[in-house]
Each structure stands twice: as C-alpha cells, then as structure tokens.
Design a protein around this ligand. Structure first.
Ligand code: ADP
Ligand code: ZN
Ligand code: ZN
Length: 729
C-alpha cells in the first residue's frame, strides 16, 4: 500500500483555460484550508503568475510532477465568504474560467500581487515654527493659510487645490508643516438636511426600510427629476445609522462631481468612489477600505459591484437600464444582475432606480418578483416638454438636418434660448432606407405584419443580409415602393453636424460633446460651465442625455433615430425609447417651456406613436408583447458565441463545431452569421446565437459545450468568446 500523497493547494490562475492547477505549499508549510482565498505566486510554464488558492486536497497528478508555489502572498484570505462564493457563482454563470473572474474582480495592484494598501487617513498641520513663520506669496503660503491652526485632511486638500502636495513637501522639508494620521470619520462635513419628502417618496423609503433586514428587490420607477436620489439618500442614511455599508452603482457618465458633492454633503460620512478615472493606487485603497469596513458609502461604476462588503446593508443601482452596466469585452458580466446575486447572498435589499426601467426589470415587477415603487411627478417646477415629429421624407438635408429643423434652431436662438442637437449613434449595422418614401429593406421570412425585420447592408451597399435567418439578397438598384433612386445606408456624424451649425450660426457658440471632445471625467462639466446660459447650440451623443442641468435649454432636436427604429438588434427599440425619454427630459428642466423635435423618415412608426401617446409605460407594455411573440428575452434566455479569424472558414468551422456540441439539447441555434461589424482589424467575425426557453435549459447546454470548445482543434485558429445574456446582437 502506498502512502497517500500530502495534500496540495488548488489554485485558480488568470489564464483562459477552464481548469484549476495544483501546487505544493512552500517548504515547511501545510496545505491547509486556512489558505483558501489567499494569493500565491506560482511558476506557470516559463512565466510567474499570481493566483488565488481556492481549495486544498489530494493532488490529481503524481506528487513529484507538482511544483511548489514561489510564495504565499497573504497571511489571511483576501477573498472570502460571500464575495468569494458569489464569484464562484459568476464563473459558473458566465461559463468563464474562475481565475479570470477572480482577476477581473480584484483591482490591478492586488491582481499583480501587491500588498493590500494602507488605508489610514492623513492630514496636514503647521508645526510650531510654521505657525510663527512669515510667508512670501506662493503656493506654500497659500497652503499655510489654508491650514491655519487646523489639521486638514488630504482628501479635503485634494478637493481644494491641484498641486498642494508639492507645496506640502516644500513645507515639510523646512519643518514648517507635518503629516499626521487623522480619523477618517472626522473628515466629513456635518450632514445637511434634505428636502421634506413628498408622499410618494416617503412611501418608497418606507417600503425599503420595511425589508431592510433581508434580500428584496425594489424597482423605483420614477420620471426624471421625481426625486429618486432623495429616496436613495434616505435609505442610505438609515443603513448608516444601523452601522452598515451602502453600495451605490451609477452609470459611467452619471458619476459627476455634482453627484458626489450631493452625497458627501448629505450623508455626513466620507464617500468613497470607484471609477475608471482613478489611479491603480486609488482603486486598491478603495478596495481595502471596503474590505476593512472603513468605507461606509461607496459610489462607483460597473466594477464597484466587485467590492467586498463585510457589513453590507443596502445596494442601490441607479439608472438600472443603462447599457454601461454590461461589460462588452473580457469578462462579459452585467453589474446590475450581479448586484442582485450579491444582495441575495448578503441578505440585503436592492433598489433599482430608473425613469425608463429595462423590460427585464419591468417584467420581473409584473411577475411580483420585484416590488414596484412609483414616483409619478417631478419634484420641482419642471414640466413635460411638447414633442413634435418632423417628417423629412424628400426634404433637403444638410448634414442630416432639415430646413425646418434649422429654422427651429434659429427661432430658439432669436428668443435667446439654447438648442441641443442630439445625434443617436450606436454603431448599428446600417440598414437601407429610401429617402423619398421611407421604405426599408425587410426580410420576407422574419418580418411580421406588425413589425418589419430589417436586413443589414453589407459589401459596401451591394448586398443585404438578415441577421436572424441568414437570408441574403442583392440590394435593389431602386426603391421597390416608389421607384426612387435615393436608397442610402443611414448616418452622418456629429462632426459634420457641428461643422454645418458653425457655418449657419456664426454668431453663437457651437459646442460638440462626445467621447472625442470629453476624454476626461470632469471635461463635460467644464465645457458646459463655459458654455453658460447665453444663446448657443450643443451637438452631441449619448453623453448629453443626462447630468448637468441647462436651465436655458428650450429646444432639443433628435436626429438619426431611423437606424434605431430599424435596427436588426431586437433591443434597439427599447434603447431608443429610453434615450428619447431621457433626452426629452433635458428640455423639461428649462425655466421656459421646452420643445422636442424628432426628425424621421417614419412619422407613422408605431414605436413613436405609442411612445408619444402613452409614454414609456405604454411603450414598454407593447414591446413586451412583441418580445413574447418573437421569443426574445425576458421570455427566453440567450447566449452569443462570437468567433473571429483572418480566414472566415476558420471562424465558420469553429462555430459549426460549437453548434454540433449543442445537438440534442433543448436550445435553438441561429447561425453562424456575420457579426454586426463583420470585419474588424483584418479579422472576419461570425457569431452563433443560442436561445432557450429558460435559464436551466441554456446552462445545461453551455455547461456541456463550453469545456469541449476549449479543447477543440478548431479553437486554435480563432479568437472566440461567449457572451451570456448578450445586449448587443
Ligand atoms: P431624480 O434622482 O429622480 O432625477 P432628484 O432626487 O435628483 O431626482 O431630484 C430632482 C430635484 O428635485 C433635485 O433638485 C432635488 O433636490 C429636488 N427634490 C427632490 N425631492 C424633493 C422634495 N421632496 N422637495 C423638494 N425638492 C425635491
Ligand atoms: Zn421609396
Ligand atoms: Zn430573415
């Protein structure tokens, strides 16, 4: 009988392989379970990697084939309890390697094996010499004046003046000032009282407090400006009073300095932030402060859903419908959905807030899974703007703008108002549209009498293809309805529009706001502040749909919506409706009544009709009926398998293998079909859509097929990825 081999550690490594790896502990250490959740540095091929110990037990390989770890990096587990379990769940749900999930969840520095950073708070004060000193004008003198007789926290100095650290170093070098540790909770201002809550707000707060000791999901469905944030603040205050932590997720463009200032002013505790603009060091410090329970309120974007919350009391997801909660590359998780999983494991309530809730959330509310809380009117004096639909069939267009629209802008400027030209641009695969009559090329097999299913344009406009069934046909040389020759794929960019407006209205400022002009987080605020209240025109995309209030904005013109009306993506109508409501909300905050103009080739389109007549709730209801009839989420579960290769045969072969692996499972397969962007950077891109009636059916199929895909020889010639619950088809 051979002696049993001593136990080894099972380590999850950030490599794209669906398995874990065994390592021996360093000499003199036992491979006990106490190391689970600790990081280790290990040899891997010719590299060294940092991984996480996720188990211990008997080795799979012969003991001498097992290498020892190079070093154990944590004395006590870095990941444990609820967070570690939720991440295990996420790896299973996304069918992704656990090591990659864990690596995504950790801030970069920790992922690379750095120690958990110090989170003590520091401040500065003048020394006795410093208080006596006489000063010459300059930065050190300004800092000394700011300090006076007090100790001022570094966080406050950060907010006060750029470059104060250089001045502080100068003072410290001359022993005029010194750095001292401060109690973080002393550094926040006293909380300011909020407005008295109106009845609907109070009812919503009561509903949250009623379930504060357990998991429950509450959908806070409230029009823009109805006071949702006040509801969050009241619920967070209660959470803080009970000694618990609150996590608030906000969309990428929602985390403005104003939002933060409002939270800071009202809660009376330091508010920690996490967003893409922070340095690696700052991100690691926020993570550590959460893990130690020092961070009481955390406001963050998508990745904040991975923060440890040992004393969690409440999770809020603001603008829960927002597309930025879904990560579109790497680990394709959805932060709102994962927030629900975590809240359930933590046993705390989640508030999902939105003026335009996702159809998934509305559906869950209708099924009674979520409490549905409504705020039906605006808190302030703002009113609902008038909406006018401009028919632009056969009209002359300048950079996509009609003469009527330019006249409306002119009239607005004459009346000393501001206009916003909003260009819907989501990189939809282009559809073919007749400018004379509005005809679009639909797939005969996939269209229903109620809704056409548009084909997308390929091969520089020469070919049409349906993204649902794959049917192809040549693009017609003339419009089959009116015989017109004005068939064109849609779209003019914001730069062209800006150019035209600058030419047309030389006497007023024209400001373009998009990713190109506002790289930095505070740039948007900065630009808008400079723009001020004087007559002028703003041009922009999604970024302008919310945030900063513009009291003098009286005209909002929306162009380029036809692509959204006729996109092959089944979510396009929902996204378009949400966007139209959000943009229209911009005009309603003006001091004077606002107007919204929608420019379209399809003035009679049912989506516009329902939205204008019945608002978002009516639209959502109608759209849910369509989704059910078509078998789309939330009435089905989807996964999208993408593959790209330099040669299309390779991508095709891989997806056919995948499709074959799904034989015999209770799923439908569509494809392989070209991706919405069929060619990118020299790669040919195909996709296979997998649909099932429910989650168990989908996951049973994927759990079988995905591990086999890693081993398939066809996989070596492609780059592939799996997207569970895809948002862009
Ligand atoms: P939302 O988050 O729904 O867009 P906010 O909470 O930001 O709405 O509120 C919109 C505006 O109305 C803010 O300026 C806020 O201070 C104000 N407000 C909210 N609730 C009340 C209230 N109960 N009484 C007075 N003003 C309020
Ligand atoms: Zn036509
Ligand atoms: Zn079709």
């Amino acid at each position: 009988m051979s002696t049993p081999s001593p136990p080894v550690w099972t380590v999850a490594l950030p490599v794209p392989l669906p398995r874990r790896f065994d390592y021996r502990p360093p000499d003199g250490e036992e491979a006990g379970v106490d190391a689970i959740g600790c990081r280790v540095r290990v040899p891997f091929g010719r590299r060294e990697l940092v991984g996480l110990v996720v188990g211990s037990g008997a080795p799979e390989l012969a003991p001498d084939a097992i290498k020892p770890v190079i070093a154990r990096l944590d004395e006590t587990p870095l990941l444990r309890g609820e967070l570690l379990e939720s991440l295990h769940w996420l790896a299973r749900y996304l069918h992704a390697p656990l090591g990659e999930v864990l690596a995504t969840a950790l801030p970069t520095l920790l992922r690379h094996g750095e120690p958990v950073p110090d989170t003590r708070a520091f401040g500065w004060r003048l020394t006795a010499t410093g208080r006596e000193a006489r000063w010459r004008p300059g930065r050190p003198q300004r800092l000394a004046a700011r300090l006076g007789a007090d100790t001022v926290a570094e966080t406050e100095l950060d907010a006060w003046m750029d470059g104060w650290r250089d001045a502080a170093r100068t003072l410290a070098g001359r022993e005029l000032a010194e750095r001292v540790e401060v109690d973080a909770s002393d550094t926040a201002p006293l909380p300011l009282p909020g407005p008295e809550l109106h009845d609907e707000q109070q009812a919503a707060v009561d509903a949250v407090l009623e379930v504060r000791d357990r998991f429950a999901t509450l959908l806070l469905d409230g029009v823009t400006g109805s006071g949702k944030t006040e509801v969050y603040l009241a619920a967070i205050a209660d959470c803080l009073a009970r000694g618990r932590q609150a996590l608030v997720l906000v969309p990428e463009i929602g985390l403005t300095p104003q939002t933060l200032a409002r939270f800071r002013a009202r809660l009376g505790v330091p508010v920690h932030v996490l967003h893409s603009g922070l340095s690696d060091g700052e991100r690691a410090r926020t993570w550590a402060a959460c893990a130690r329970g020092e961070a009481r309120v955390i406001v963050g974007t998508r990745s904040a859903v991975f923060l440890p919350l040992p004393q969690a009391g409440l999770v809020v997801v603001d603008e829960e419908h927002d597309g930025s909660y879904k990560q579109l590359d790497g680990l394709r998780y959805h932060a709102r959905d994962f927030a629900l999983v975590r809240a359930k494991a933590l046993g705390v309530p989640v508030v999902l807030g939105s003026a335009t809730p996702s159809l998934e959330s509305l559906h869950n509310a209708q099924l009674g899974r979520y409490a549905h809380l409504r705020l039906s009117h605006r808190a302030g004096a703002a009113r609902t703007p008038r909406v006018r639909v401009l028919d632009i069939r056969k009209r002359a267009l300048h950079a996509g703008l009609s003469n009527e629209l330019l006249d409306a802008i002119d009239a607005t400027l004459q009346a000393e108002g501001q206009a916003l030209v909003f260009k819907n641009r989501r990189g939809y695969a282009p559809v073919l549209l007749c400018h004379d009559c509005g005809w679009t090329a639909d797939c005969a097999r996939c269209s229903t009498p109620e809704r056409g299913s548009p084909m997308t344009v390929h091969a520089h406009g020469r070919r049409l293809q349906c993204h649902h069934c794959g049917v192809r046909r040549p693009a017609p040389p003339a419009c089959p309805d009116c015989g017109g020759l004005a068939l064109q794929p849609q779209g003019a960019g914001t730069e062209r529009i800006e150019e035209l407006l600058t030419e047309r209205f030389p006497e007023v400022p024209v400001l373009r706001i998009d990713r190109g002009t506002t790289q930095r987080r505070d740039a948007l605020e900065h630009h808008l502040a400079k723009f001020g209240d004087a007559p002028g025109v703003l041009v922009g995309t999604q970024m302008l749909a919310k945030g900063h209030d513009l009291p003098n904005l009286t005209l909002v013109a929306v162009v380029g919506i036809d692509e959204g009306l006729f996109s092959a993506d089944f979510r396009a109508p929902e996204k378009l409706a949400q966007l139209l409501i959000q943009v229209a909300g911009r005009a309603g905050r003006a001091r004077r009544p606002g107007e919204v103009v929608l420019q379209t080739h399809h003035p009679g389109h049912p989506l516009l009709h329902v939205l204008l007549e019945g608002g978002y709730p009516a639209f959502a209801q109608a759209e849910l009926v369509q989704r059910e009839a078509a078998g789309f989420p939330p009435f089905a579960r989807l996964a999208l398998l993408r593959a790209e290769a330099q040669r299309i045969e390779h991508a095709d072969a891989f997806l056919r293998v995948a499709s074959g692996l799904l034989d015999g499972f209770d799923v439908q397969r569509f494809g392989p079909l070209p991706a919405p962007l069929p060619r990118r950077a020299g790669y040919q891109r195909l996709q296979l859509l997998v649909s099932a009636a429910d989650r168990p059916a989908l996951h049973a199929a994927l759990a079988f097929a995905v591990p086999a895909l890693y081993d398939a020889p066809e996989a070596r010639r492609v780059r592939w990825s799996l997207d569970v619950d895809p948002v862009d088809l």
